[in-house]
Design a protein around this ligand. Sequence first.
Ligand code: SF4
Ligand code: SF4
Length: 250
Amino acid sequence: MFIDQEKCSGCGICLPYCPAGAIKLVGKKAVVDRELCLECGNCGRKQVVRCPKDAFVEEPGLYEGVRAVRKFFSDPATTHKVTRIPGRGTEEVKTNDVTGRVRRGEIGLALEMGRPCLGTSMQEVQRVTMALAAHGVVFEENNPLTHLMSDRKTGAISTEYLKEKVVSVIIEFTDRAERLPLLLETIRKVARELDTVFSLDLIACFEDDGSLPVLETLNQLGMKPRPNAKINLGIGRPPAPLYREGGPCR
Ligand code: SF4
Ligand code: SF4
């Protein structure tokens, strides 16, 4: 994003709206620090910032170059080019009813790295992906981050993206349930090296009797999860397990 210097009156209205602190007053004009700007688009939303001079302008070609990574992982109004999914470019497992990503005997893990006002860098994200890849993790195909990797087996992200900063990235994968302790320990270790925040989502399937075996594993590890559930009644018709191998998952 940049500010048309001819139009800007230097009123300062826009300054508090930038989650990255990228808008500054220099003399009597506001300017965007290109290095800090995450291309989240917040300042350009007329109904939010109400710049009296309509001075915000999106960089030409923003959706094509390396910098497009900032846009796709920071502006919830964009739709990712590869996955065709808005937001951060992944359905996560909210639609597991129809995608059947996670089935019985498996766990889905999602690390949501960065938040507004803090963000994260692709360098940090790579620390996590490489630590996980060392244990043979297979990253989710339908997630844009996976498509930025130069080597999915090592978790390495293509070098041209490593200097990019974004609001938030989701690292996702599905694995066998018995590997949960190893994977959580790996995440715990690498978390100490990170200069950002993340939340860890663990997705699992109930058994017919209503039990959730993964809870016992967490108990043994001394971890207390905060249960969360989302039920999309009717969205999974027919339910994914009916036409996928691996047994029913509810
Ligand atoms: S709100 Fe508009 S006119 Fe006011 S400082 Fe920001 S860019 Fe300039
Ligand atoms: S696009 Fe987002 S990060 Fe960039 S200047 Fe505007 S509000 Fe700040």
